[in-house]
Design a protein around this ligand. Structure first.
Ligand code: BES
Ligand code: MN
Ligand code: ZN
Length: 506
């Protein structure tokens, strides 16, 4: 894990393997961003010109390495693009800082220490730089054979020193501590998503949650397949019955003695989605270890809330099952009796996420929380609609949906509000059961949302985040986003918990 320090030493005098500075797009070419004045001075005030000569423009995602100048302790300077320079006296956008810090941290794999001399005006800038650097430094090398020449084997950047932050400033210190907790838990969620499904299955995921609960004072309860059968959890059992690894429902309860509100978070935790008897075709199941990313996000959010000691109760529900075809698997045509009592005709065993979530949503509803948010890699349709970087937000309450979209924006996560058109419900009418698990193909993501809504308790505010697009990143890394698990939705959930603690919502 990468360490974070707030440095009192200036950029020039700090001992580090590299000095990271910001470069932005000015009206007449690249400009050196605030925070790097001492560095620019060491280059005789000509750093912007040197960068321009090297082809730098200051565009987002750009990285330029140059040898250091006399008077600087670090041997290398790394200039990262911040995009368009803000208007005079304007501040740099938090997400631009986060991404630039992430770009630098990724390039510094294998280094011991780097000094980040990016623009710091307020505590939010410290937070953004720290988050971006710690998230960008992430690597997943657990399955690499030692000594092989893979980049991630060199190990992540050892230490991030934020220059210009004030270690004795309360707000700066709090921002840094929050960033460390948040980034460590996001990186843990990424690890869970990246762990192959032969090692991560419901039982082993539950064991990870139990251990984390002990460490952070979170009460953890695990319902195994016996307990699920006793409790009539037909959705979890129906999805899990084709696998040698039985399903689990995990409850994580973080409570604060002075909390006034309780937030319930429900995560889809399909540790592998083969599609079941409605088997996915080749080409569609190679990445389906990511189908527990919702549960991983919920888990990470509860642990972060506990680490930050937020004044709100946060209950996490992980709906864990492995969706496999076998002689014991649920068949298309089977009818499941769900935990809520409702019956579901399973027309397609690949629409399994909504089945495990239905049980968890109903269970969560029984405790009458102030709000429920579920997070799920639920539909390919949402990926078609919104692409690979944006999650869809649905809700039974317009204001709540808007709040979540705004919160996501604030923390640098891309989301978009989606409707729940009532006319799509009839597509799920079943000739034998109360509802079918599939409806019209058009608007498939919205159909799934409508299905889930039927398993939310009366009068409870609820939102559904479909993270099928952004949960797993398959193309080249960018900003602080690596290949593989991303930790999508964790920052949104944590800020939602903070807002709820502050009494900002409802
Ligand atoms: N886990 C998938 C959705 C998914 C697709 C996640 C792509 C991440 C990337 C889900 O269980 C699924 O298979 N959904 C089906 C539903 C359909 C059968 C109604 C889908 O979207 O095709
Ligand atoms: Mn599926
Ligand atoms: Zn799935």
């Amino acid at each position: 894990m990468t360490a974070l320090t707030l440095s009192t030493a200036g950029a020039a005098t700090l001992r580090a393997d590299a000095l990271v500075v910001g470069v932005a797009q000015g009206a007449k070419g690249p400009v050196v961003a605030p925070g790097a004045e001492a560095v620019d001075k060491a280059f005789g005030g000509k750093l912007a010109g040197v960068l321009e000569t090297l082809g730098a423009s200051g565009a987002e995602g750009e990285l330029t390495k140059l040898p250091s100048a006399d008077g600087l302790k670090a041997p290398v300077v790394i200039a990262v693009g911040l995009g368009a320079a803000p208007e005079k006296d304007g501040a740099y956008d938090a997400e631009a800082l986060r991404r630039a810090a992430g770009v630098a941290a990724r390039a510094l794999t294998g280094s011991k220490k780097a000094a980040f001399a990016l623009p710091v005006e307020a505590a939010e800038d410290v937070a953004a730089i720290a988050e971006g650097a710690l998230l960008g430094a992430y690597s997943f090398a657990a399955y690499r054979q030692n000594g092989k020449d893979a980049k991630d084997v060199k190990g992540p950047l050892g230490e991030v020193a934020v220059v210009g932050a004030k270690p004795r400033d309360k707000a700066h210190k709090a921002a840094a501590e929050r960033a460390v907790a948040l980034a460590e838990e996001i990186n843990r969620a990424r690890d869970l998503v990246n762990t192959p499904p032969n090692d991560l299955f419901p039982e082993s995921f539950a064991a990870v949650a139990t251990a984390a609960g002990k460490e952070h004072g979170i009460k953890v309860q695990v319902l195994d397949e016996k307990a699920l059968a006793k409790g009539n959890y037909g959705g979890l059992l129906g999805v899990g019955q084709g696998s040698v690894h039985g399903p689990r429902l995990v409850k994580l309860a973080y409570t604060h003695p002075k909390a006034e509100k309780t937030l319930a978070l429900v995560g889809k935790g399909i540790t592998y989605d083969s599609g079941g008897i409605s088997l996915k075709p080749a080409g569609h199941n190679e990445t389906m270890k990511c189908d527990m990313a919702g549960a991983a996000a919920v888990f990470a959010a509860v642990v972060t809330a506990a680490r930050l000691g937020l004044k709100v109760n946060v209950t996490g529900w992980l709906a864990l099952a492995e969706n496999m075809p076998s002689g014991s698997a649920t068949r298309p045509g089977d009818v499941l009796r769900m935990y809520s009592g409702k019956t579901v005709e399973v027309l397609n065993t690949d629409a399994e996420g909504r089945l495990v979530l239905a049980d968890a949503l109903w269970k969560a509803s029984e405790e009458k929380p102030d709000a429920i948010v579920d997070v799920a890699t639920l539909t390919g349709a949402m990926v078609l609609a919104l692409g690979n970087r944006t999650f869809g937000v649905m809700a039974n309450d317009d204001a709540f949906r808007t709040s979540i979209h705004e919160i996501a924006d604030e923390v640098g996560e891309q989301s978009w509000p989606m409707p729940m058109p009532a006319e799509l419900r009839k597509g799920m009418d079943s000739p034998v059961a109360d509802i079918a698990n599939m409806g019209e193909r058009m608007g498939g993501g919205l159909v799934a949302g409508l299905f889930l809504q039927e398993f939310v308790g009366e009068g409870i505010t609820w939102a559904h985040l479909d993270i099928a697009g952004p949960a797993f990143h398959e193309s080249a890394p960018y900003g602080y986003t690596p290949k593989g698990g991303t930790g999508s939705a964790v920052r949104t959930l944590v800020r939602l918990a903070e807002r709820t603690a502050d009494g900002d919502l409802g």
